[in-house]
Structure formats: C-alpha cells, structure tokens
Design a protein around this ligand. Structure first.
Ligand code: GTP
Ligand code: SPV
Ligand code: MN
Length: 591
C-alpha cells in the first residue's frame, strides 16, 4: 500500500519500478511486524544468518561477496553538470552519459523481484537540521540496515508532506559485478544511483552518498556543513558538558574516540564522555550565534576488528542485541560471532567471512575481513548522549582533525585561528585503510577526512569552511586542534597508548578552551608543554611524551613541499587565504 499522496514521491517510485522491472512494491513502514517478517524471509533465503538468540537477541550475520567488501573510490562519481564543479579529488562523469549508462544497467535489473521503498530521515524526523530521502532497493540487507542507521517509516513521509525536498536514491544489486559497479551522486538533482554492490557504504545511501556527498553540496548552498566527524560531549566534574567534533579518515578512530572511557583518575574526579555521533556531523549556526551539530544517523556502522572489552567496551555493548554483523567469523561452537582482536581465544570450529570452514587456532587466514562491520542501534550504546535526539543539536567548542601519521605530526597541536584551523584541516594526511579498496598504509592527503566524501570541488569546500567562520563571532568560534594517535617507534609499534588515554589529550584541549593553560608556540601552531599533559596512572615517560610533541622543522619543510604540490592541483579554485597560510607556515619554518 502506498504510504503517501506526495506526487513527486509516487512518480519517482513508479517510474523506478517500471525501469527496474519490479514484481511488486513494498513500502517500509518502520513497524516491528514488517521488520520481523523481512528478517524471517532473509533468514529463510540464506541472506541472513540468525545468531544465538539467547546470547545475541535480535542479531544477524551477513556475508557479502568477496569482491564487495568496502567502498570503491575509483568507481564513485560526482556527476555535476560542469566538470569544473567536481574538482581534482573526485571522479567526474557527465550526468547525461551517466544516466544513460546507469539506466541501461537498471533496466530490468530487479528481474521481477520486490522493490522496497525506504522513506528515511537523516536527523530526528522533522528537525530543523534534518533532511529526508527515499531509497528504493532490491536488497533486504539494505532495508534492515537502513532501519538501524536512519529513522525509517511512515512518519517520515508525513513530515515530508507535499514537498519535493527529498533525495532520490536508487539501488540495485544486479549481479554484484565489480566491472559494472557504479556509485553515482548527482548533486544538482538530489539524486543517487548505486548499482552492482551490496556492501555498506556503497548501498546504505543515507550514509556517505547522501549525508556527506549530497549534503556537503546542499550545505555549501544553504550555509551549513556536512562533515565526516564524530561528536562527543565531555562532562566535567562541575557537570558542564563541552562538545567537540572530530574528523579522522575512515578506520582512523572516530568510533573509538566518540565512545571513550576516561582513565580511572578522571572517572574518580567525575569526568564522563558521552557519544552524540561516531561518523557524520551536520553543523549549522544556532540562534545564539554558536555552531550546533547533530548526528544525522540513528546507529553505528562500526569497524569490528580490534573492538574488544578493553579498547571499546561501549561499542561492544552496543552490539549485544538487534545488531547486524557483516563479514565477521561465525563461531559454530555457540552460534556467535568472532573477529580479530575480540579476544585471545579464537574459535576452533568456525566459518570465516568467506563462508569457508575455519580453525581460528591454526589457520593463517583471517576469520573476519579487516573491514568487517557491525550495524548497531545508537540506543544500545551505554554512553549515548541525552542530546542524541535533540533536533537542534549540541554547541560545538572544538574541531579536531587527525590521521594516521607514523612520523612528523605531533600528538596534538592547536591552530592559531579559524583560518589557520581550516588550513590545518586542509593539509591532513593519513595512511589509507581497509575501509576502501586499494592499497593500505600509503600516506595521502585527505582534507578534513572528506576526500572520498566531498560532493563538489574541494577548493570551493575550503572556501565554504572559510565563509562559515566569517558568520561566527570570534569569541563563539570553536577552537581547532590536530591530533595524531599513530606515531610509531623504530619497530613500527604505536608509541602513544591511545583509546581511553586519549582523554589526557582532550583534557588539555578543555583547558585551552577554558584559557586555563598556556602552550608552546611552534611554526605549525601551539603544542602542549610536556608537563601539561596528565600522565597520572599511566606507565609512559615524560621524555617519550616530549618526543611525540616535538615539531621537527626539517620534516615539516618536506611536509610543506607536499602541501604546496597538493594545493597546486586546485589551480585558481584554491582560496587565496589558504595559499597565504601555506606561505606563512613556510616563513615560520625558515626563520
Ligand atoms: P569509519 O567508520 O571507517 O569512518 O572509521 P572510524 O574513524 O570510526 O574508525 P574506528 O574508531 O572504528 O577505528 C578503526 C581502527 O583504528 C581500529 O583498528 C582501532 O583499533 C584503531 N584505533 C582507534 N583508536 C585508536 C587509538 O587511539 N590508537 C590506536 N593505535 N589505534 C586506534
Ligand atoms: C567509512 O569508510 O568511512 C565508513 C564505512 O564509515 S562506509 O559506510 O562503508 O563508508
Ligand atoms: Mn566513515
């Protein structure tokens, strides 16, 4: 049954159904009965495996094809009308040609199977920062995941009313053929088409495709921001909560930082960390002139490997019910799941992520794919913020940038100003990870962790950051910091303990925000004095700390060359302000 009288929605759904050759159309209502029915169907067909319902109630396991385990950046396209609006960091495809090719792939692609229509809201339904999308798909996996990751159902269509302001998402599994896999964004049309994949970020169209690629473009035009950022709140002993948003590239620690548990000493004093979001932030100026952020998502699509009771107990707790696991190992001993780094006791009798028998004690192969994930409802998270459902968002006091840098970039430094902060974000570099297909461990420039997700020209995106700063009074602007948890020693081991101990660095930021501590001025920005980072209860020497706080001028001169080279790729779309920032950095390094 149709759930709306909105003509644009009906036209979209009906024309798509005709193109893909849908046998029938099922509107996703958001009701539990329908969800349970679809789950049953997916279990019966083998698409989903029902896990131990006593130990993991409501939990399911799904395996994707071996060729379909991560985002595919080389097959992701920004189909702007003018190639110049796409920019050097994106792949461009002429929209007329793209539509023609995609239509030819979509034609009859559902082979008479059901078309599921998912009305979803990014952000609380009807909220002032929220936006609506409709995704059509032939995958129950997509339906079940979207219901966790977004707000789905009839109330979304009620909130939309007769409006045409919704993103049109079309997904078709087709034959999951990597040669014909395309993830296409049409920013000027509010449209997304994804074909020949059935994996996470490629097919949950509310996430990267809408909430980052399309939304970043909308944000530029409407004076707000869509960022690849976690949002956390730190409650101080006096009960004041300070909110921060942090951009780290894929698989570089957002989920972990967002759910951080402070070290014992901090807990004893009354510090607590609350999670608002772990991947995406939508940011808009509030009526008091400050910047407010919402998490547009409703769940966590988190990296499984490395998640354990010690590293991230909150994430682990969030996966204990109503969670979908993708590409982890199946422990046949008790019908539960396992992944590398969960514990030191891999199952002997198991099935690996590829579906083959697997003995975790003897096998040299991995049980879980390095980019295996859990889809867990945000409400499951023990440290979810009381502001999670606040449609107006939380006021942001700090922006944090960071990536995986074995050398050069210190543990933490603070930018000098908004403009300098935008510069610091724009020069971010990080080693690539398993979250996207391709080489892993290669340092590349990933401005604001948005390289794979910016829906328009990155030079214009930098300008938008600068413009946003001008709309906020200086005393209300968030402070900018850069962190690097990933410095390595001669043997390649991480030097800084990371995880919960990152609280010690956040604590320094809190003090900087409150004006309670001074810092050492260096050419790149303000670095803590080694004695100002609290090391109580931690077996970590001041000397080593001083070492990872040091700014090596020669290494930074080389870094500056790389920055200049990267900046050149933007031509005249590079804001003059950033060229000036780069020159000033070089001047300070040469002094
Ligand atoms: P996406 O969901 O892909 O956007 O990633 P994310 O940024 O949320 O990454 P996540 O928090 O899932 O971290 C992924 C990897 O980083 C895991 O292997 C973690 O073990 C590792 N990691 C996270 N925080 C730290 C840290 O503080 N130190 C070290 N050394 N590793 C960390
Ligand atoms: C990322 O790669 O940054 C993710 C996972 O958060 S995915 O949704 O697959 O893009
Ligand atoms: Mn991400």
């Amino acid at each position: 049954m149709e759930m709306t009288t909105n003509k644009q929605v009906l036209d979209f759904v009906n024309s798509r159904a005709k193109l893909v050759g849908a046998g029938k159309i099922v509107w996703i209502t958001g009701e539990k009965e329908q969800y349970d029915q679809l789950t049953k169907e997916a279990i019966a067909s083998g698409e989903m495996i029902e896990l131990n319902q006593e130990l993991l109630p409501g939990c399911l396991l799904h395996r994707t094809k071996e060729n379909d385990v991560a985002r595919v950046e080389n097959r992701t396209f920004i189909c702007s009308r003018d190639e110049k609006d796409c920019g050097p960091t994106n792949n461009w495809w002429n929209p007329t040609e793209a539509y023609a090719k995609l239509d030819s792939i979509l034609e009859g692609a559902y082979k008479g199977n059901t078309m599921y229509v998912i009305p979803f809201s990014m952000g609380p339904v009807g909220g002032p920062i929220s936006k609506i999308g409709i995704e059509v798909t032939d995958s129950i996996y997509v339906v079940l995941n979207m219901r966790i990751m977004t707000r789905v159902g009839k109330d979304v269509l009620d909130a939309l009313g007769d409006s045409n302001d919704f993103v049109r998402g079309t997904h078709a599994k087709c034959d999951v053929d990597p040669e014909n896999r395309y993830i296409c964004q049409f920013p000027e049309d509010n449209a997304i088409v994804s074909v020949n994949s059935a994996y996470g970020g490629n097919v949950l169209l509310g996430k990267k495709c809408f909430a980052l690629r399309i939304a970043s473009y909308q944000g530029k035009n409407e004076m707000w921001m869509a960022e690849h950022m976690l949002i956390l709140g730190i409650e101080k002993p006096n009960k004041e909560i300070v909110y921060m948003a942090a951009a780290f590239p894929s698989a570089c620690g957002k989920t972990n930082l967002a759910m951080l548990i402070p070290p014992q000493g901090y807990l004893a004093e009354g510090y607590r960390v609350f999670t608002v979001g772990d991947d995406i932030a939508w940011i808009k100026k509030g009526s008091d002139g400050r910047l407010y952020a919402i998490n547009p998502e409703n769940g966590f699509f988190g990296v499984a490997p490395g998640t354990n009771k010690k590293s991230n107990p909150n994430a682990l707790a969030a996966t204990m019910k109503n969670t979908i696991f993708t590409n982890v190992a199946l422990n046949l001993e008790n019908n539960t799941v396992w992944w590398e780094g969960l514990d030191k006791n891999p199952p002997v009798n198991a099935i690996d992520w590829k579906g083959n028998p697997w003995n975790g004690q003897t096998s040299t192969e991995k049980g879980a794919h390095p980019n295996s994930r859990f889809t867990a409802p945000a409400v499951n998270c023990p440290c979810i913020s009381s502001e999670f459902e606040n449609p107006a968002g939380v006021p942001i006091s700090a922006f944090i940038f960071g990536g995986r840098r074995p050398t050069t970039v210190p543990l933490v430094y603070q930018a000098r100003s908004w403009e300098n902060g935008v510069f610091v974000g724009s020069i971010m570099g990080s080693e690539t990870t398993a979250a996207a297909t391709g080489a892993v461990g290669v340092v590349r420039r990933d401005p604001m962790a948005m390289r794979p997700f910016c829906g328009y020209h990155m030079g214009d995106y930098f300008q938008h950051w600068l413009d946003m700063g001008k709309t906020v009074d200086v005393d209300k602007q968030p402070k900018f910091f850069n962190v690097n948890w990933f410095r390595t020693d001669a043997e390649g081991h991480f030097i800084w303990p990371g995880f919960g101990d990152n609280m010690r660095v956040l604590d320094w930021m809190l003090k900087r925000i409150a004006g309670e501590v001074d810092a050492v001025e260096t050419p790149i920005g303000f670095v803590p004095k080694a004695e100002d980072i609290n090391l109580e209860g931690l077996d970590f020497s001041r000397e080593t700390l001083a070492d990872i706080l040091k700014v090596d001028k020669d290494a930074w001169k080389k870094e500056a060359e790389g920055i200049k080279e990267f900046y050149e790729t933007f031509g005249d779309r590079l804001p003059a302000e950033l060229a000036k920032q780069a020159d000033e950095l070089i001047d300070r390094l040469n002094k």
